[in-house]
Ligand binder design. Structure first.
Ligand code: NAD
Length: 455
């Protein structure tokens, strides 16, 4: 039996930074994951492959619209196999980098699926190794939720896992769920020629996004060619030959493929058939302020616990736990976790929304700035979009919503402003280079108090 100070189960964006950091601090650390899974869902089945496909889709979109730049690109075409190979190469390169970094940090790597046993022991699924440690961290992540009402033939009824590995572009694609995955992958397949229909049961797409922005974006995605139903459920869904038959809004429709994008759930396989009872809360591992589960010495971070299922939140959990162990008196605070949707236009938001502030009875001012008045956005032919900032009467940033070019990068200005408690007066003295998109963020903050040159 191998003994360690710390065993991390799962090598994703929660598990691998924690393992590396603690090993560099001198702890004897092991991390267990399947060989091809280092980097977790984010790298292998989520953020990175989706964004790689979106980058190719956006490239094609650019070529189709080259005329806007005064360019003549002629007939556009693409090679889906090469697009997939490029995506796989990026994933491979990053995965190898993580494994090398872990080795260099002094972490012992075990390849395989880990099961958690009593007495702080971990057994590899093939029983080849038994490990034991003072502390075990479950960074086991999540898997697509495909409730039993959906047909199970994954050739036709995809989850995001199958969609990312698609061998060809389906003629038509039904996407169930108008959340982040539904919109991002819906846009990829739509750009490459699928007729895409998205059905969202809530009254708006991206239910976490502020209502006004979601309403404003619906026609933008429809104009880009996506058929979108909101406030509707797929009434029935079944296999018919090698296609899918669906009833939507009372009409019978046929689709070549279906993407089920209705959320994700915690991966509980680590405790199957182990006799171990860990307390769960709505399917998530229940933890205390020190990330400790109901089993002493067994901790959990990332998608496996409460909070948004996002790679950067998992890494934040890892860093918070590591610094707690290193003696800092801190606890996790999820009030400023940015959300980003990498469609074009990109969408991002952080902090409070207009609705949550109104519900809480908090006084606030709204600042706006349009990308149509921003030089850098117009130069890039991306003048659609706006920045909305929500500020307290004394100029503290309470929340922000951005849709338009580089929204996922620009949101960091708002997170920084809120996290470090910078007021709008001090912020407006920060020199933003010209021409940049970030000027639009400064304009929005100034606009809340009647300032801003272009607002
Ligand atoms: P989601 O929660 O973002 O969206 C699921 C959507 O499906 C919701 O809008 C929900 O109302 C809808 N829905 C549920 N059941 C339905 C039904 N029967 N019919 C119609 N609509 C239904 O989940 P997701 O898009 O599957 O993504 C899963 C997780 O992965 C999320 O936590 C997400 O934040 C994360 N993720 C993040 C990114 C990113 O950061 N860019 C990208 C992809 C996924």
């Amino acid at each position: 039996m191998h003994k360690f100070d710390l065993i991390v189960v799962g090598g994703g964006p929660g598990g691998y930074p924690l393992a590396a950091l603690m090993a560099r601090k001198g702890w004897k650390v092991a991390v267990v994951d399947k060989a091809g899974e280092f980097g977790g869902t984010c790298l292998n089945w989520g953020c990175i492959p989706t964004k790689a496909l979106l980058a190719s889709a956006k490239g094609l979109h650019f070529l189709k619209n080259a005329g806007s730049f005064g360019l003549e690109a002629g007939q556009t075409s693409f090679n889906w196999q090469k697009i997939q190979a490029r995506k796989d190469q990026i994933v491979d390169q990053l995965r190898q980098g993580i494994v090398k970094m872990l080795e260099k940090s002094g972490v012992t790597i075990f390849n395989g699926y880990a099961r958690l046993m009593p007495d702080k022991k971990v057994v590899l699924a093939d029983n080849s190794e038994i490990l034991q440690a003072d502390k075990i961290v479950l960074a086991v992540g999540s898997i697509p939720a495909a409730p039993p009402v959906f047909p199970r033939n994954r050739e036709i009824f995809w989850t995001s896992d199958q969609a990312l590995q698609a061998g060809e572009i389906p003629g038509s694609l039904l996407v169930v769920g108008g959340g982040v995955i539904g919109l991002e992958l819906g846009q990829v397949f739509g750009e490459f020629g699928s007729k895409v229909t998205i059905v969202e049961m809530m009254p708006q797409i991206l239910p976490g996004l502020d209502n006004a922005t979601a309403r404003r974006l619906l026609p933008v995605f429809k104009k880009a060619g996506l058929e979108i139903f909101t406030g509707k459920k797929v009434e029935s869904l079944e296999q018919d030959g090698n296609r899918a038959k669906a009833i939507i809004d009372g009409s019978e429709r046929y689709f070549d493929r279906v993407l089920i994008a209705v959320g994700r759930k915690v991966n509980h396989a680590f405790m199957q058939d182990t006799g171990l009872k860990i307390e769960l809360e709505n399917g998530f591992i229940k933890i205390d302020e020190k990330f400790c589960s109901s089993v002493p010495g067994v901790y959990a971070i990332g998608d496996a616990i409460k909070g948004p299922m996002l790679a950067h939140k998992a890494t934040y959990d890892a860093m918070t736990l590591a610094h707690q162990w290193l003696g800092e008196k801190i606890k996790a605070d999820y009030s400023l976790v940015p959300s980003c949707v990498y469609t074009y236009p990109e969408i991002s938001w952080v902090g409070q929304s207009e609705e949550s502030l109104k519900t809480a009875g908090v006084e606030f001012k709204i600042g706006r700035s349009l990308f149509s008045a921003n030089g850098k956005a117009l130069i890039a032919c991306e003048g659609d979009g706006q920045i909305k900032t929500l500020l307290s009467p004394d100029g503290k940033l309470l929340g922000a919503v951005i849709w338009g070019p580089e929204a996922s990068n620009l949101i960091n200005e708002s997170t920084m402003m809120a996290q470090f408690n910078i007021d709008s007066h001090a912020f407006s003295r920060m020199i933003h280079p010209h021409p940049t998109l970030s000027e639009a963020f400064m304009e929005s903050v100034e606009n809340a108090f009647g300032g801003g040159v272009h607002g």
